[in-house]
Design a protein around this ligand. Structure first.
Ligand code: FAD
Length: 423
């Protein structure tokens, strides 16, 4: 009935129109593919995975068929060739339809984005680069040929994931590889991933643990000594199934290094926008809460009676305020993802913190206002809004750039130049 109405609000229009945001045809094609996939495949499955806190493995199988698992693998290797900005825009489109899938997909894609276009920007000797390219080729083939899924469990419950101390998970060099032991909390895709892309500290002998010796390793899920423990029954992002990962004397071969020795530390220092990759999901959720509100107030929300509520001035003002917040958020975020690069200026880094903070806080603020504005019937579990509201609350908690840490760094790094101290 609604589909035939030419005046109906298009709740599935691109978030960032290609001409308005000066995107190339190939970017628009990849981003459009993600949007159509999100609407057709992710949206109908999202409620069930949220209700049962189950991982949407069939979404990942379907993403393999669509080429979305390999979106950031270079074209020369057979992937989609998406750069940082293209990836972020595609991820935001997925986030509109299923936050949990978009967030878990981010963990997977980062294993290719960070080892791919991002690592290409970092200094390495010719020998290191050749070794890296041989190793990553193997990871890419697993994804392209077999649909292998990579997780990204970094968090340990202490300060390491916040970026201030060395990871407690350790890799001891042995013949042909490493023996890895440690514990990772909130391991999204736990039990579903084929490889866990973990960060750990490489230590030989009695050397003190140092962040400079952080290693990024793909640990096969089937390796002896890997186990997933604990339950998963959180407020939001329930489909991410982020349980606890235990690693006990796990042998990991040397060619499972996703970056050469010392390069992760270089990346975290020189390519700080790498930590902005958790924001696109929440940018998509902000858009989804707004789109829901417009469709609902117009009486066009599928699954609800066609009752219009748009004629009340208070509703119109609320929508206007939501639009202002959404446009501010999108503008700042688009600028930040567009200027992601190696060795950004101080201004660009400060803007990235501001963008991350803004997206994570505003996604939830827009969702909260959507519930207040649409009213009681809109927050029933038969509709997507209450899930969007719960999912959006999780954004501010994502280390290393939690909303608090972004504010903390913004203030300090604005007022102090590197090395400056007070008497
Ligand atoms: C749905 C969901 C999915 C997730 N998926 C993953 C995943 O796949 N991989 C992953 O690695 N993590 C994941 N996380 C974890 C997330 O990034 C955080 O690590 C986690 O929420 C931290 O929980 P905590 O209670 O230990 O946090 P907190 O106690 O807030 O932080 C942990 C530590 O960080 C430091 N810290 C915190 N705040 C500050 C501050 N303001 N200033 C200085 N230091 C600070 C402190 O040392 C603190 O003890 C996920 C989280 C959620 C909610």
């Amino acid at each position: 009935m609604h589909a035939a109405d030419p005046d109906r609000h298009d709740a599935d229009a691109p978030m960032f129109a290609a001409d308005a945001f000066r995107l190339t045809d190939s970017q628009a094609e990849l981003i459009g593919k993600a949007r159509r996939f999100g609407k057709r495949v992710l949206a109908p499955r999202a409620a069930e995975h949220d209700r049962n806190a189950t991982f949407p493995i069939e979404n990942f199988r379907d993403m393999h068929g669509e080429g979305l698992l390999s979106i950031c693998i270079p074209r020369s290797e057979g992937g989609g060739g998406a750069d940082f900005q293209t990836y972020c825009l595609a991820a935001a489109e997925l986030g509109r339809y299923c936050g949990a899938t978009a967030l878990s997909w981010n963990m997977h894609v980062c294993s290719t984005l960070w080892s791919g276009p991002l690592a290409d920007d970092l200094p390495m000797s010719a020998e290191e680069r050749a070794g890296h390219e041989t190793r990553r080729h193997k990871h890419y083939r697993r994804i392209l040929d077999d649909g292998a899924i990579y997780a990204q469990p970094f968090s340990e419950g202490g300060a390491a994931a916040a970026g201030t101390v060395a990871f407690g998970t350790e890799a001891r060099p042995v013949d042909g590889g490493f023996v890895v032991s440690g514990k990772k909390i909130f391991a999204s895709l736990s039990g579903a991933a084929d490889y866990y892309g973990i960060l750990c500290t490489e230590r030989s002998g009695d050397d003190a643990a140092s962040r400079r010796n952080t290693l990024y390793l793909a640990v096969p899920a089937k390796a002896a000594g890997v186990s997933v423990v604990g339950d998963w029954d959180p407020l939001g992002m329930r489909g991410t199934v982020s349980r606890t990962l235990l690693l006990k004397d796990v042998f990991v071969a040397e060619d499972e290094m996703l970056m050469p020795h010392g390069v992760y530390f270089q990346a975290a220092t020189r390519w700080p926008h790498m930590f902005l990759t958790l924001s696109p999901t929440y940018m998509g959720l902000a858009q989804a809460a707004y789109d829901f509100t417009v469709a609902y107030l117009r009486g066009e929300m599928p699954g609800t009676p066609p009752v219009k509520r748009r004629m009340f001035p208070t509703k119109q003002i609320a929508v206007a305020e939501m639009r202002v917040t959404l446009e501010q958020t999108k503008a700042l975020w688009f600028q930040a993802i567009t200027e992601a690069r190696a060795n950004p200026t101080k201004e660009q880094v400060l803007r990235a913190y501001a963008a991350q903070h803004t997206v994570m806080e505003n996604a939830n603020a827009i969702a909260a206002k959507a519930i207040r504005t649409c009213g009681g019937q809109a927050m029933l579990k038969s509709l997507a809004l209450e899930r969007i509201y719960r999912d959006s609350r999780c954004g501010s908690l994502m280390l290393p750039w939690t909303a608090e840490i972004c504010l903390d760094r913004l203030g300090r790094e604005t007022l102090y130049e590197p090395g400056e101290k007070d008497e």
